[in-house]
Write a protein that binds this ligand. Structure first.
Ligand code: DAH
Length: 350
């Protein structure tokens, strides 16, 4: 093998050893650079005769072309390798399962409210909603709780701006104001028939919603829910209250053996009044009386404030706590869990 063939071989070897484009350029300089072997060989030809120049020149050129070809090949190989590495690094694994959006669900208290509405709806009750910022009149006075009445201290009220100094606006402490609001609308609609002594369709309504009191512990939250019920007609008695509410509780808890107790109590807007307790025959709460609602026969003053004659129109009302019903139904022991917004808790009700 002559000197030129050896040179080409060495160059090929050097290029193959170059692991990066920078290494390769350094290797190239050793052969084709200003001080490279090929360049030196060319310079050395000056001293030769014309014939020698011709034959050696041709050989050097061939060697130079071979080295340039080897260089180009190696350059391409390095570029290809780099491209492969980059593609691998940026590769998408299309077989990876996507990150899913969690399935949403209704809040447990909303589930209870829907359930209450469905059950009372099946008994012919309308559903009414009203304002959470309420006037003193609807929250207290119209419900037979005049100013300075001791019963007002039963409610720790949040007062808000608006209203008058004597009758400030407030966050409703119960849903009972809806008794008046709804009945007044109903009476307005049927005023002509009522005045003509033709009577009116019965008022049968529930009013679920948020209520507020200054109170906070494991069983009280400053914001909580209530659901009011009202049935007014010409012949609606306490017996109807017992039937309706017993039916409701047994349906709600899916337990026909549930026992109810109507315990005498006091509310300004009802007379007589009763607290309603329930008792489960079996299960973890068996044997305990659990208070679920206040109730009573609507007080004549309240009927009057609805725009009706209490000598003719009579009925019952009740107010229950959907938060508590939810706790009893699902066995939740801390009310605050409902309002913490912890998905680990809430997702159990999906
Ligand atoms: N409003 C009462 C409360 O907040 C609950 C209540 C009791 C409502 C008796 C009624 C009722 O309609 O008749 O404690």
């Amino acid at each position: 093998m002559n000197e030129l063939d050896t040179l080409v071989d060495r160059a090929r070897n050097d290029f193959a050893q170059a692991a990066t484009p920078a290494d390769l350029e350094n290797a190239k300089a050793r052969y084709l650079g200003k001080a490279g072997r090929i360049t030196e060989l060319m310079k050395g030809m000056g001293a030769l005769s014309v014939d020698e120049k011709k034959s050696l020149g041709a050989s050097i050129n061939l060697a130079k072309q071979a080295i340039e070809a080897a260089l180009a090949e190696r350059r391409q190989a390095l570029a290809d390798a780099e491209m492969q590495t980059q593609l691998k690094a940026e590769a998408l694994d299309v077989t990876l399962p996507g990150r899913q959006r969690g399935a949403g669900g209704l809040h447990p208290v909303s589930l209870t409210l829907e359930r209450i509405e469905a059950i009372f709806g099946s008994m012919g009750f309308d559903v009414a909603e009203g304002p959470e910022i309420e006037s003193d009149w609807f929250n207290f006075t119209a419900l037979n709780t005049p100013e300075d009445h001791p019963a007002r201290s039963m409610h720790d009220t949040f007062y808000v701006e608006g209203g008058s100094a004597k009758a400030p606006n407030l966050l409703r402490t119960h849903t009972s104001p809806m008794q008046i609001r709804h009945a007044v609308q109903h009476v307005k609609r049927h005023r002509a028939a009522i005045d003509a002594d033709a009577g009116m369709p019965e008022i049968r309504v529930i009013a679920p919603g948020r209520t507020y009191r200054v109170d906070s512990d494991a069983t009280h939250s400053p914001m909580f829910h209530q659901c009011e019920g009202l049935w007014i007609g010409e012949n609606v008695s306490f017996k109807d209250l017992k039937v309706v509410f017993t039916d409701f509780c047994r349906t709600f808890f899916e337990n026909d053996d549930l026992v109810l107790r109507f315990r005498p109590s006091f509310f300004p807007f009802t007379e007589p009044s009763a607290e309603i307790d329930i008792q489960f025959p079996t299960g973890p709460l068996a044997g305990r009386w659990l208070e679920v609602a206040g109730s009573g026969q609507v007080h004549p003053n309240v009927v009057r404030n609805m725009g009706l004659d209490p000598e003719r129109y009579i009925g019952f009302a009740f107010g229950m706590g959907p938060d508590r019903l939810t706790m009893l139904r699902y066995g939740v022991n801390d009310l605050r869990l409902f309002f913490d917004g912890d998905v680990r808790f809430l997702s159990q009700f999906r």
